[in-house]
Design a protein around this ligand. Structure first.
Ligand code: SF4
Length: 260
């Protein structure tokens, strides 16, 4: 999912909540387009036409349509053609989310990567394998939880979704949470914590501390932990133990809620 060393380093900074402290180098000035045979200018692939929200309501499902979805399947049908933000036109597959529709534990990551975009499923590839191992360590199979992301379409180069992209997509995630009604939500990495709860502090500080999210009048306990992609890059006993402690706490709470 994260091939280039520079990209991996950038992602690690994001996971640690340090990205805002690092100045992003200015992009190089766009080079003049080389003339094509016959003299017509060629538009470089990176200079795509600016995004314009489509007028078709099916491409931008209105809030009432999202609220009216009575099941996860209804919701997926209503939003799978979404082009509400600039990520939509670039996707290969829409990645809605998957798992037990009545799961007591729901996991929320950032957005699809390359493998997810190709397969249309969240958390596949190496990060997905690690998530499954993490779940196995607390006695759960992937099918017993529900897994979704803040955004449903892959950000280019696996970058963090822009705030306006996350905002455009957040209503879908909130409706997913309403429909699943999990006993506990586990946020993976800094992005879902920031976008769902407005908590911008680094995940290293925030992880392991219970928070609450109000969805449709219900307060859901939230356990923030590291993103599996970060764990893969920082595969130390300390990081793995931290995630294990967080997941154990989340599972214990969910079990207790299930017995109440
Ligand atoms: S990321 Fe979300 S809001 Fe943006 S186009 Fe995809 S589904 Fe729509």
């Amino acid at each position: 999912m994260h091939g280039a060393p520079l990209e991996a380093w950038r992602d690690a900074l994001q996971d640690l909540g340090l990205m805002g402290l690092i100045r992003t180098p200015a992009p190089p000035a766009a080079a003049a387009a080389p003339p094509a045979a016959g003299g017509a200018a060629v538009r470089p692939a990176r200079l795509a036409a600016p995004y314009a929200a489509p007028a078709d309501p099916a491409a931008c499902p209105p809030e009432p349509a999202v609220a009216a979805a009575a099941s996860l399947a209804d919701l997926e049908r209503a939003i799978q053609g979404c082009l509400r933000c600039p990520l939509g036109p670039g996707r290969i597959r829409f990645v809605f989310g998957e798992g037990d529709p009545a799961a007591r534990l729901m996991f929320v990551g950032e957005g699809p990567g390359r493998d997810e975009d190709l397969q249309g499923r969240p958390f596949v590839g190496k990060a997905g394998e690690l998530l499954e191992r993490m779940l196995g360590a607390i006695g759960l199979a992937r099918e017993q939880v529900y897994i979704a992301n803040v955004v449903k379409c892959r950000p280019p180069d696996n970058r963090t979704p822009a705030p306006e992209e996350a905002r455009a997509c957040l209503g879908y995630l909130r409706r997913q949470i309403e429909l699943v009604q999990p006993a506990v939500l586990v946020t993976l990495g800094a992005t879902p914590l920031r976008e769902l709860l407005g908590i911008g502090e680094g995940i290293t500080r925030a992880r392991g501390q219970w928070r609450q999210l109000e969805v449709a009048g219900t307060r859901i306990p939230v356990m923030p932990t590291f993103h599996p992609a970060y764990v893969l890059r920082q595969y130390t006993p300390e990081v793995r133990r931290a995630v294990w402690e967080d997941l154990k706490a989340a599972k214990a709470w969910a079990d207790q809620a299930g017995r109440a």
